[in-house]
Design a protein around this ligand. Sequence first.
Ligand code: B3K
Ligand code: ZN
Length: 879
Amino acid sequence: MYRNNPHPVHLKDYRPPEFLIETVDLCFELDADRTRVEARLALRRNPAATRGDGDLRLDGEQLELESVAIDDQLLTPAEYRVESESLIIHRVPDRFTLTTRVTISPSQNTALEGLYQSGDMLCTQCEAEGFRRITYFLDRPDVMARFTTTLIADTERYPVLLANGNPAEQRTLDDGRQLARWVDPFPKPCYLFALIAGDLRAVEDRFTTASGREVALRIYVEPHNLDKCDHAMRSLKQSMRWDEARYGREYDLDIFMIVAVSHFNMGAMENKGLNVFNDKYVLARPDTATDQDFQGIEGVIAHEYFHNWTGNRITCRDWFQLSLKEGFTVYRDQEFSADMGSRGVKRIADVRLLRAHQFAEDASPMAHPVRPESYIEINNFYTVTVYEKGAELVRMQAALLGPERFRRATDLYFERHDGQAVTTDDFVRCMEDASGCDLGQFRRWYSQAGTPVLEIEGHHDAESATYRLRVRQHTPSTPGQPEKAPLHLPLALALLDAEGRELALRLDGEDEAAPAGTRVLELREAEQCFTFVDVPEPPVPSLLRGFSAPVRLRFDYSDVELMFLMAHDGDGFNRWDAAQTLMQRLLLRLVEDPAAVIPESFFAAFAQALDDRAGDPALLAEVLTLPAESYLGDQLAVVDVDGIHRARCTLERAIGARLRDQLLAVHAAHDDAGPYRLTPEAIGARALKNRALGYLLAAGDAEGLARCIAQFEAARNMTDCISALRLLVDHGGEAGLEALSSFHTRWSGEPLVLDKWFSVQATSPRPDTLARVERLMRDPDFSLRNPNRVRSLIGAFCNANPVRFHAADGSGYRFLADRVLELDPLNPQVAARLMRALVRWRRFDAARQALMRAEIERVLAAEALSRDVYEVAAKALEE
Ligand code: B3K
Ligand code: ZN
């Protein structure tokens, strides 16, 4: 279970593998307690590698080795050596077949890495290094082999047997067991291996690719979930079509399968032809899943499907290149979702996530570049930096190249590297080769950690009718990287006249003006000036439109200018961002001075936005959402936990009281009685209505409360139901308790809905929340062995309830450390994720710092800590 070897792996130590594997023949005799695995590997020495000591060293963990043979000759124990994490075979030939037989125990596997049991089914998770818990292998992504998988199992218990590739054979054996064989014609690294055995049912469909290939589509679930797969199937077909249209990528096997499992460490996994999903990202019915759940499913189904080209056909040379597949694939899924729904709202959601989590990571002891230099446990590097910032790097390259050249560049990438394991640098080279752009300086984005700060000043000169922007960039230091160099980035902007019209921009020295609208300037230096000519009146600049680069922007707008942008900016994202900046300013003023007066102009701007009947309700709901407490904390030198919570409550209450009638009207106007629809308009209407209700309840409004109770009771979709439940729990007193109990009775048979029941309680700012969470830990429905349940209770409390988690007495921190220590022996990956809630301890006041630090030290002092938790805890304390 424990990895007691916390030595870092370094990018600079990369060497090509000494051996290559051409084909792999796996045979599993499946059994929950004892599964036998026979592996036949066709190995040969890699001509491109430097010759080592002649030994073959295979990765393997927690395997019970039965036999080893070379070219069918059994080896004697003297001919090999078994260590805790490897099998070393001495003096092997240059080309040979290696056969190993091992036994593993899926039912004992609580780490959910390798082959494990979930409910009554058996499933696998191999990325990043789980395959070594299945058999001895060269468990590294640059070893790509063709796999054949034979599965043998009890027919009753495991009627469905699935693996990667196309089905090749299925028959009943003499002993009554069932055999299924799958052949995957595409070479792949072993992290993409998967198998499934269980009593499952499938929803089936078909897809004809652009070139006429017929593909069978199947989503496998437990029988009682068959009625929750429609949205996943629709999303899959849309993804397949979109990837053909936007990237010219077709699917390449005869069958594409998705399996939903209820015990899963993360969201989903892109195994070739057999995607395995956390059931949260498959199962949805309007009455069980929120709009956000539906959108999550659409995005994750697309993400995993898109990996077939960006990840599987072209994979990573080593795990430092993880963003090669993840950054690009996130960019692809973001664009897909933007095309399926509302582009503006999607961008806002993505930037919100980036700012809230990635900027925070960049400012923490866990800060690392998109291409990290070293790691102790690779599972700790599936981060918002590698994923979301990685996606921003692809987005910036797409912006610098423009759509046509970007498409040419991705075509080149797919053509040049199909079937290979490559680096982020290979990706950038394709961008350069197809476009002629020099991205030499841009490459720094991959190796330099930290969030750049752009400080911009504008100066208007009436006499010369010019407007000058001075742009300075600097990146604060991060652990191990004290000095930072300037970055190459696209700065999209417009200048607005007094009516909010975009000016036609001409830079000093240019012959003619660009057409009115957004213009992209390229920054490369620490300081640059841009002078626009023919600007008779002082303009209001709309900067970093669409969030054209992942930076913190500083520009000294007046409140009046922000309100102007909030009302007039043609860029929806910047309209929202102006509102956010305005609210942030006001909130920070209230933190400093709880008695500060909220200006009339603020209510007026808010009222005006609410009144905008023609506006997009989804965008409006975003505009009217106050910045999160954690994000506000980020803006302060020392996070003032209680002050921020108080300020946010004050403002919510004030808005609810002051704009009561309008809010009630908005709630009524969007209370749709018709059938559930998942269009951007319908989603936006629900979001806006529930936002309005939130303000009313914050203000203790009686009519609001009555509406909330009525909404809870009548809701026919989970979005309205859970919004009302949350508000009742937080503000409704007795009504909240009653609602919780009726919700529980109604949904006790649906684990994913029950997760929401746990979360709503864990995230409540009520003072008794921790006591309630502790009680819920003893609820018969709670289990530390189910990651979704752990996240819905413990994760929700520690990451989404700042005011209670950071309680001044340290009770929240103690609770977390106890849970980490309890969970680590069972599931290190999930334990390490939880542990992250403590790493930003230096951002708090001295008393909290001491309490948090003590808990981190307590964790570190524990015996036999996993590599996962060790790395997070140790880095948290590094100077
Ligand atoms: N590639 C997987 C993540 C695997 C995480 C391993 N700890 C899902 C995804 O990004 O698509
Ligand atoms: Zn991914």
